[in-house]
Design a protein around this ligand. Sequence first.
Ligand code: ZN
Length: 330
Amino acid sequence: MAWRDVSEQEAIVERLRAALRLGRVAHAYLFAGPRGVGKKKMARELAKALVCARGGDEACDACRDCRRVEEGNHPDVRWIAPEGASLRIEQIRELKREAAYRTLEARQKVVVLERADTLTAQAANSLLKFLEEPPVPTVVVLLTENAHSLLPTIRSRCQLITFPPLDAEWVAARLTREGVPAGQARLAAHLAPGLDAARQICQSEWFAPLKTLVIQWTQDLVQQGAQSLLTLQDKLFARNPEREEVLLWCDLLLLWYRDVLHVQLGRRERLAFAECRNELERQAAQWSQAGVLQALDAVLAARKRLALPTNAQLVVEQLAIRLLEGIRCA
Ligand SMILES: [Zn+2]
């Protein structure tokens, strides 16, 4: 049921379920790990399990409490995110004011603080007092991508749970089970930091055509030189692409040249474009290793520029010129 939503972090699910079963849930947790690995979902599932009317080590997902946590309006579950760049003292003060009241319905309150590393020093000190002596039973969950940015005094009062990055193979296998074609699943898993983001990429209508375009265009680039810009004009810019579409194209291009480099280095076991092995081998033979490294640099630089408001077509044309120089050097 509920925990299935965070199956990408099975070991952590088991640890929290055991704590719930044994009545040994910590007063404060620090969920630390990169973006997209399930920290928020895990915090939500834990909150649900803690306030679920049915009790036990898993939320029922059907009672009013569970539904209200899902909808973000359970009176005993507070979810706090930074206002602007930081979690401010006023937000912690308000939390403390609310926490002073008895729980409205649940056995205890739950507070989740997103991006806890953005706590200002003042806010962190205020929170510290709250962690030491919450006025009513409260489970606090701090979320962060960078546990080391938190005050040691706060860290030491929390039980640290480290979320490991997801293995791309695992994400790909999971998406394949959900019906995504294997080639696309593998690519999406390499493109996105987590399961949800990878799934979203697979659902994008641009994904399959952009993948085909990257393969075709890199081929044209080697065979036709500057003429290959016409392919891009035709297949990409002629239909006024959204910025995200150009970015995805760029990300795919980066993966492609990374794969070309892997083939050159003889590391063929974890290719993102595994199903295009023959084409990768062909292109790997046409580039020097220095040329591919230069291509990767050029794509990365273009990716950075494309993330800013800029003339995307111009950036891509300049990128093509740099790639062509790399081929000529070969
Ligand atoms: Zn429930």
